[in-house]
Design a protein around this ligand. Structure first.
Ligand code: HEM
Length: 374
């Protein structure tokens, strides 16, 4: 499809599919023509809820669903806290959480990597950054799962059920964040809820959206990065080479991001008529940008279908590009580096069962990944 019809209109899903690296990059960088604001043309963009793997989050006015200058204002509140320097300061805490999770696995011969490690790690990390009391974490996990849940089938009853659950979770989580924001207003803590509460340029509604976005955006994505990392290095049989340092761990993580991008696609809406690679896109048209396909574009990557753990340079777009480039990219990379490093140090043998992999529908990851460390 990338070669034959790089910009293709899908009648059924009513969206343009864009596959080539150059085109995906152009759209993401041209926020003046392609808006991230899903409210731009609700009627035309009403194919929400499909399961084509985009990164839909519930409709909230947050940085991810606005364009500059609005997006710049919202992101500016928190940008510095996710820069490399700030993330480095937080690394010892991530190391400690990782160690605790691995301690809990000690003595077990077998465990499910997704359930017992890759899911809790990012949730605990972001909950700590936000300053969510430890005793409420389970509840937050349940709400965030409900908010990103996808229907199991296309029936109206199932769609309604998921929507009801999402609305309930959003109400409850929003209510709880509102209480925490109220309590921390004027406080001096260095957690992100206090940061949001003290950001006078944000309305209370924006502060709630900000907390919810931070909590949701990095969980499943980082879980999938961790899972895809173990899956890919085991499959390519380079686990030992990474353990001994013969293969660079950070380069291997970048290659996982390229080869199995946790978010496969993003959406934008054209705000004016525009031509893209010879096709005419009209105002209000929805454009689906396939990051997964762009990251395997042979015009940009040599042997793109091969997992090459030392690939360098590696200009993948797994974190997007342009003004919405992932806020949490440095955090996700650091978590993956710490996690992979400690895992390989702790377990001399990490036999994964790759025989019955069930890739997740939509986002790219696995539902379970059994590991035998006996
Ligand atoms: C934006 C991917 C982890 C927070 C994005 C975008 C992508 C992405 C592709 C661009 C969305 C767009 O252009 O519409 C990923 C992947 C991750 C990851 C693959 C893990 C491997 C995280 C983490 C956080 C986070 C840990 C935690 C704070 C955000 C936020 C945005 C964003 C707030 C919106 C930025 C903006 O609109 O300015 N992410 N993300 N992400 N990500 Fe991540």
């Amino acid at each position: 499809m990338r070669a034959e019809s790089p910009v293709h209109f899908d009648e059924q899903r009513e969206t343009w599919d864009v596959f080539r690296y150059e085109d995906v990059e152009r759209v993401l960088k041209d926020h003046g023509t392609f808006t991230a604001n899903r409210a731009f043309d609700l009627e035309k963009s009403s194919n929400d809820g499909d399961s084509d793997g985009d990164a839909d989050l519930p409709m909230l006015q947050t940085m991810i669903s606005t364009d500059p200058p609005e997006q710049t204002r919202l992101r500016g509140v928190v940008d510095e806290r996710f820069q490399p320097g700030a993330i480095r300061e937080y690394q010892p805490r991530v190391e400690a959480v990782t160690e605790e999770l691995l301690d809990d696995l000690e003595g077990e011969d077998e465990f499910d990597f997704v359930d017992e490690f890759a899911t809790p790690l990012p949730v605990i990390v972001i909950a700590e950054l936000l300053g969510i009391p430890a005793e409420r974490r389970e509840e937050f996990k349940a709400w965030s799962d409900a908010l990103v849940a996808r229907p199991e089938d296309d029936t109206e009853a199932e769609l309604e059920r998921v929507q009801r659950e999402q609305e309930r979770a959003q109400r409850e989580m929003g209510g709880y964040f509102a209480t925490l924001l109220e309590e921390r207003d004027g406080g001096s803590g260095d957690d992100l809820i206090t940061l949001a509460a003290n950001a006078e340029e944000l309305t209370r509604g924006e502060q709630i959206g900000f907390c919810m976005l931070l909590l949701l955006a990095g969980n499943i994505t980082t879980t999938n990065l961790l899972t895809n990392a173990i899956w890919s290095v085991e499959e390519a049989k380079v686990t030992d080479a990474i353990r001994t340092g013969a293969v660079d761990r950070q380069r291997a993580i970048e290659e996982v991001l390229r080869y199995r991008s946790p978010i496969q696609s993003l959406k934008r809406i054209a705000v004016e008529d525009v031509e893209l690679n010879g096709r005419r896109i009209e105002t209000g048209d929805v454009v689906t940008l396939w990051l997964g396909a762009a990251n395997r574009d042979p015009d940009v990557f040599d042997a793109p279908e091969e997992f090459r753990p030392e690939r360098h340079p590696n200009r993948h777009m797994a974190f997007g590009t342009g003004v919405h480039f992932c806020l949490g990219a440095h955090l996700a990379r650091m978590e993956a580096d710490v996690a992979l490093g400690q895992l390989l140090e702790r377990f001399e043998r990490l036999d994964t069962d790759l025989s019955d992999l069930q890739p997740l529908n939509g986002l790219y990851g696995l539902e379970s990944l059994p590991c035998d460390v006996s």
